[in-house]
Design a protein around this ligand. Structure first.
Ligand SMILES: Cc1cc2nc3c(=O)[nH]c(=O)nc-3n(C[C@H](O)[C@H](O)[C@H](O)COP(=O)(O)O)c2cc1C
Length: 196
């Protein structure tokens, strides 16, 4: 039971963070350790088709940032401003010379990385909304590699809380007047639809 509490606590703390202390650098070795967690994670038929590009260099980070979509439900927020941007990125690629499709490997890899990051006092965001052609061009990524997800990482500079989804069923996250980010989650009874 204690172990379940530990993993529950880590998952609870592992919120999506989109504002960071940009001045807090992340070492390349830290990114390598995080990718090692992905390396050890599950992979469909154990094909392990994922590859990674790591960036913790502010001059490279500026090439990545404009290619990412931020918080689609926050219509008036264009993303973190200078000073609150990520210190590092991990780009998750599918190597098409290993497989043509990647199942949910990248989601599993992303979660492993973000859980590890949280344990290190960092946090981040998965980006499915990516200008992939632009990013490939900016970084010179070979056509062999399909961009699947980008993870932004940094030392979180925001409070994120989980709420229950209200009676209106609205799942859109929102920010209150104190800039606290609220994430409504459906109840357990709503999502378990059968007991066989
Ligand atoms: C596959 C996937 C893609 C996502 N893409 C984006 C994205 O492009 N931009 C963004 O700001 N958040 C993105 N998110 C983060 C979600 O918005 C976030 O997980 C959701 O609001 C719930 O918040 P939580 O992670 O704190 O539970 C993505 C999450 C997942 C799982």
């Amino acid at each position: 039971m204690k172990e379940v509490q530990m993993i529950r606590d880590l998952i609870l703390r592992n919120r999506t963070y989109r504002r960071f202390y940009q001045e807090v650098a992340i070492e390349f070795e830290t990114l390598r350790e995080l990718v090692d967690l992905a390396r050890l994670s599950a992979s469909g038929a154990n094909w392990q088709p994922l590859k990674y590009i790591l960036s913790c260099d502010p001059q490279k980070n500026v090439l990545i940032f404009p290619c990412l979509g931020w918080a689609g439900h926050l219509k008036d927020w264009p993303g973190p401003s200078e000073g609150e941007r990520p210190s590092a990125y991990i780009i998750i690629l599918g190597d098409t010379e290993i497989r043509q499709s990647f199942g949910c490997d990248h989601g599993i890899a992303a979660q492993s990385i973000l859980l590890g990051a949280r344990e290190k006092g960092l946090g981040g965001c998965m980006h499915g909304s990516v200008k992939k052609d632009e990013l490939s061009r900016a970084l010179g990524i070979l056509p062999r590699y399909e961009i699947l997800l980008v993870l932004s990482l940094g030392k979180p500079k925001e409070t994120v809380v989980i709420d229950d989804v209200g009676p209106d069923g609205d799942i859109k996250y929102w920010r209150d007047s104190d800039s606290v980010h609220h994430v409504p989650k459906r109840s357990l009874d709503d999502i378990i639809i059968g007991q066989l």
